[in-house]
Ligand binder design. Structure first.
Ligand code: NAD
Ligand code: MG
Length: 390
């Protein structure tokens, strides 16, 4: 039976890996929607090759170019934020959520409303609106399968286990581009330097978030929201090799570790074939050759994001949206050269101070309330950055 699949963020790093897996067995799938941003050429060529029903660019101004690129192929073209949501409303059995940033939330929610299985790479939506996503899935009989490597690892380690038996989870982190830099050099780090990851090839934004550990901070919230762990149960360990992705500790003292190469095709393929395990074209590890695996606690002071996130987890509710929104704005500021690498944490810290002041943590959660928390956080981040500029 062919499965209907849609891929949101098809032109990105996760999107390309997802397309790669679909290409291995094209007759098994009918591609409904593929979406992208400014990269019209690669969006159109993938849509034509896989005979998608529709291709959507997030950018309104690129509708004409997309139409031109798809002319005569039978693939529909659309553009803009509403078109992304409309595409998510088209029936599909499996939808990959791989847009980067908060923009992934509305189509992800819409896919869940259709009862689809949502493969969730877009961690920002779980961070900003975890309770809303989980509740929407529950109400519509939809499933969310995590695609973040650590969360896929936890998901797999929990197979057949009772949640009450879990004592703790350990999420590993490579330490990012600056793990061996002297602390005093960090304030001079450039976006190009931050965007080079020691182990994983990924999109630019998540790679810089790995250097600052904001990515790991988002993943702690993602684990709390997705699995329902408390903040105290979730630990972070630096693991330079990026081969053990996460470990789940049970009350009998056992630790179940997930070990595999740093290749997102594993987590994507697992989410695609779940609950089966199918052949995947990933490297088979030669542990004798690897010889040793190293673990260490994160050095205090190097990663302020890991401290800030604990306050966000304690606050709950809309604190996640505020955290993510200010982090995204601060990352834009760093990429634009407005603020330093080390200022990103200062911008987010300022926002966290504000969360307790205006009590956003306690608002009732809807898509609109989450959008508002995100918007306010971005405005406030601009103000903080202006102050840092001046
Ligand atoms: P990427 O930058 O390579 O690709 C992002 C995709 O989103 C592109 O298709 C782009 O066109 C689209 N996009 C960007 N802005 C958009 C907007 N405003 N509206 C609609 N579409 C937009 O990113 P990536 O590395 O593939 O990451 C995608 C998501 O997966 C992120 O949430 C990231 O945190 C998560 N993730 C990625 C990896 C990885 O290995 N790359 C691992 C774990 C989780
Ligand atoms: Mg991850």
């Amino acid at each position: 039976m062919t499965r209907r699949v849609s891929i949101f963020g098809a032109t990105g790093s996760i999107g390309a890996n997802t397309l790669g897996i679909i290409r291995e067995e094209p007759e098994a799938y009918r591609v409904v929607a593929l979406t992208g941003g400014r990269n019209i050429k690669s969006l159109a060529s993938a849509a034509i090759e896989l005979n998608a029903e529709i291709a959507v660019t997030a950018c309104d101004d690129l509708l004409e170019s997309l139409r031109d690129a798809l002319c005569g192929t039978g693939v529909e073209a659309a553009a803009g934020e509403q078109a992304l949501i409309d595409a998510a409303a088209r029936p599909a059995d499996w939808t990959m959520s791989a847009i980067v940033g908060f923009a992934g939330l509305p189509p992800g929610l819409c896919a869940l409303e259709q009862g689809a299985t949502l493969a969730l790479a877009n961690k920002e939506s779980m961070v900003a609106a975890g309770p809303l996503l989980i509740d929407t899935a529950r109400r519509n009989g939809a499933r969310i399968i995590p695609v973040d490597s650590e969360h896929s690892a936890i998901f797999q380690a929990l197979n057949g286990e009772k949640m009450q038996a879990v004592e703790r989870v350990i999420i590993t982190a490579s330490g990012g581009a600056f793990r061996d830099w002297p602390l005093e050099a960090l304030s001079e780090a450039t976006p190009e330097q931050a965007a080079s990851h020691p182990n994983w090839p990924m999109g630019q934004r998540i790679t810089i978030d790995s250097a600052s550990m904001f990515n790991k901070a988002l993943e702690l919230i993602e684990a709390k929201e997705f699995f329902g762990f408390s903040s105290e149960q979730i630990e972070v360990l630096i693991h330079r090799e990026s081969l053990v992705h996460a470990l789940v500790g049970f009350r009998d003292g056992a630790l179940m570790a997930h070990v595999g190469p740093p290749d997102m095709r594993h987590a994507i393929g697992y989410a695609l074939h779940h609950p089966e395990r199918s052949h995947l074209p990933v490297e088979r590890l030669d542990l004798a050759k690897i010889g040793q695996l190293n673990f260490q606690s994160p050095e205090p002071g190097r990663y302020p994001a890991l401290v800030l996130v604990r306050e966000v987890m304690a606050a709950g509710g809309h604190a996640g949206a505020a955290f993510n929104g200010s982090k995204e704005a601060a990352l834009d500021g760093f990429l634009e050269g407005r603020i330093r690498f080390t200022d990103m944490a200062r911008v987010v810290e300022r926002e966290i101070e504000n969360i307790s002041v205006d009590d956003r943590a306690k608002w009732t959660m809807t898509l609109e309330s989450v959008r508002e928390a995100d918007r306010v956080a971005r405005v406030r981040a601009q103000e903080t950055m202006d102050a840092l500029d001046g």
